[in-house]
Design a protein around this ligand. Structure first.
Ligand SMILES: CC(C)=CCC/C(C)=C/CC/C(C)=C/CC/C(C)=C/COP(=O)(O)OP(=O)(O)O
Ligand SMILES: O=P(O)(O)OC[C@@H](O)CO
Ligand SMILES: [Mg+2]
Length: 237
């Protein structure tokens, strides 16, 4: 079974951002979150990635690199694997297969046994990831559901990621994606900032991803979102 099948909650650390004063990666690992993803769109370098992966990898929690370009991939025994985005609604094919082809050309240390993909549907036109990938975010619930179904059944994706980075998404859209998937795991990320927003999104998505909150508010706020995710799972299943 895949690691992520059991995850209700992920903290995504952006190596280009800092933790709240006085907090450590050990504190983040102790929030009760199920896994740490390390990635961001802007300002990413191999050095920043390595620093965070080394720090997070010391703790007893799965750590996955989520690279936004081939140059930010680092290899180490400190982390559990690689979650490589494929952007379903990218306007530039670089973010569907192009960067992937270049990465494979230049990197001769790829460990396929712990490398997996995430089929992103990018929904917030204001997010860096939307401009970076020239995503078409003008999608309704039926479009998102169809992208999710294409990801799972045409492209064989095991993870579908509805990405509202920076804003809380539309629950009808997240629900439409959830309803259409059979076995793929639905990740939701974007704007989760407290117990209630976490619980609401976790009622639809299998796994919620909390990003900016850890950098802006810190681990106490993150712990509330872990509780929201766990409570939603307990009610749904
Ligand atoms: C093939 C390899 C190794 C890399 C390419 C992988 C792809 C397709 C990347 C596309 C962009 C993407 C989906 C990145 C994942 C990380 C992510 C969504 C971070 C959140 O981004 P924002 O919140 O918009 O950015 P900032 O927080 O950096 O402003
Ligand atoms: O930063 P936030 O808005 O929490 O979004 C989380 C994650 O989906 C970003 O890739
Ligand atoms: Mg962000």
């Amino acid at each position: 079974m895949s690691d992520w099948a059991d995850w209700d909650h992920i903290v995504k650390i952006d190596p280009d951002k800092t933790l709240v004063d006085g907090e450590t990666f050990e504190d983040v690992a102790a929030t009760g979150t199920d896994a740490i993803e390390v990635g961001g769109t802007t300002g990413m370098t191999e050095e920043k990635m390595k620093r965070v992966v080394d720090a997070c990898g010391k703790h007893d929690i799965p750590v996955y690199i989520e690279p936004s370009n081939p140059a930010s991939v680092v290899h180490s025994d400190r982390h559990d694997g690689y979650l490589i985005p494929v952007v379903m609604n990218a306007g530039d094919v670089a973010w569907i297969t192009g960067a992937h082809k270049e990465w494979i050309r230049i990197d001769d240390e790829i460990d396929w046994s712990r490398t997996f993909t995430e089929a992103y549907i990018v929904m917030n036109p204001e997010a860096s990831v939307a401009s970076y990938t020239q995503a078409n975010c003008d999608l309704d619930a039926a479009d998102v559901a169809a992208y999710a179904e294409a990801a799972e059944h045409l492209l064989g994706q095991e993870i579908v990621y509805v990405e509202y980075s920076g804003m809380l998404g539309d629950t009808d859209i997240v629900a439409a994606a959830a309803d259409t998937l059979d076995d793929a795991t639905l990740f939701y990320g974007g704007g989760i900032h407290d117990y209630e927003s976490a619980r609401t999104m976790a009622q639809h998505a299998d796994t919620i991803v909390v990003g900016d909150l850890v950098h802006d508010e810190g681990v106490d706020a993150v712990r509330e979102t872990v509780q929201g995710a766990k409570d939603a799972t307990a009610t749904v299943q």
